[in-house]
Design a protein around this ligand. Structure first.
Ligand code: 2P0
Length: 320
């Protein structure tokens, strides 16, 4: 009744922002992401009839803040009549800071819970279950380039291209650590309810998805760079237009964007994307990784630079 799984965060190149069904946590738009390799969360789930309640330990410390979502996710995977569980989560990167820690956490959680009770849900079923807990988590079940599509009353997640097929690199500039001021779920609802740009965002998403799919299929870096930056800035424009406004950037976020513009002007194949947090993710070709890493590390205000290749998605691992 115990199992452990490992999953990586993913970085959306065409973003999920907005829900069409809050109860079932269904996204209003499709999205395309890349799964990372070197940032990860390991999650152990041990069901134990002697426990009086679920217990969640995050990076060695009791954490009750995420427990309701975690417990609900376990109910969805295993059934509400399950035994209580001790859940232990460890991440090797800052959590709740716009580095998609909920994606890696819930992807690992569904795989571990499913394995702990000896079931063999398919990846598609597990992706759907992870998505109910956190929309972006559905994408972390798969590796490489991943697309999430809306399909009827559910989602369908699939790998568009393998990680070894187009081995791009990701350089993350950490500009601030610590939890973000407003969680994604609340911020998305603020955008839906009040941003004058929200409807246009939804209307245009299919065109961006089509363009990104073509770029990924043809390994057309310049085209992917152009549509990904456009989609990212459009999503942040939706957020900035919300009341109250949702501004996740800080001055170092802008400095990093400027660094990336300078690299681009010097002929480096790199582009940026930014999620619901102040970190800047630079995507580049392997031959440019050192230059990108160096330039971001030298940007004033950057606290830490993390680098990663593309990963394989959530898997069960052996318990110690
Ligand atoms: C994404 N983000 O596509 C977008 C871009 C943040 C900005 O998915 O409400 O934590 O739990 O389904 O998955 C972050 O949102 O949101 C996210 P919920 P989630 O990666």
């Amino acid at each position: 009744m115990r199992a452990t799984a490992k999953a990586q965060p993913n970085i959306a190149l065409i973003k999920y922002w907005g829900k069409r069904d809050t109860r079932r946590n269904l996204p209003a738009v499709g999205s395309i992401s890349i799964t990372l390799a070197d940032l990860y969360t390991t999650m152990s789930v041990a069901f134990d009839k002697s426990l009086g309640a679920d217990v969640l330990v995050v990076n060695g410390a009791d954490d009750s803040s995420m427990l309701p979502r975690v417990s609900r996710c376990l109910d969805n995977v295993v059934g509400a009549d399950r035994a209580h569980a001790r859940i232990e989560s460890e991440s090797n990167f800052p959590i709740a800071a716009g580095l998609a820690s909920s994606a890696s956490a819930f992807a690992a959680l569904v795989v571990a819970a499913d394995a702990a009770v000896g079931r063999e849900n398919t990846s598609a079923q597990l992706a759907s279950l992870a998505g109910q807990a956190s929309g972006s988590a559905a994408r972390s079940l798969y590796g490489g380039f991943v697309e999430l599509k809306n399909a009827g009353g559910d989602i369908i997640v699939s790998e568009l291209r393998g990680r070894d097929d187009w081995p791009l690199r990701v350089v993350v500039a950490v500009t601030a650590t610590g939890p973000k001021p407003v969680g994604s779920t609340e911020a998305m609802e603020a955008s839906r309810n009040s941003s004058p740009f929200y409807d246009r965002w939804i209307e245009q998403q299919d065109a961006d998805l089509d363009e990104a799919r073509v770029a990924i299929s043809g390994k057309d870096f310049a085209r992917l760079a152009s549509v990904a930056e456009h989609n990212c800035l459009k999503m942040h424009s939706v957020m900035w237009g919300s009341r109250p406004p949702m501004i996740y950037w800080n001055s170092t976020t802008l400095a990093c964007m400027q660094t990336i513009r300078e690299l681009q002007s010097a002929g480096v194949a790199v582009f940026f994307t930014i999620d619901a947090g102040p970190q800047v993710k630079a995507i580049c070709k392997p031959e440019d990784e050192a230059a990108v890493q160096q330039a971001l590390a030298a940007t004033s205000g950057v606290e830490q630079v993390l680098v990663s290749g593309l990963g394989q998605g959530a898997v069960q691992i052996n318990d110690d």
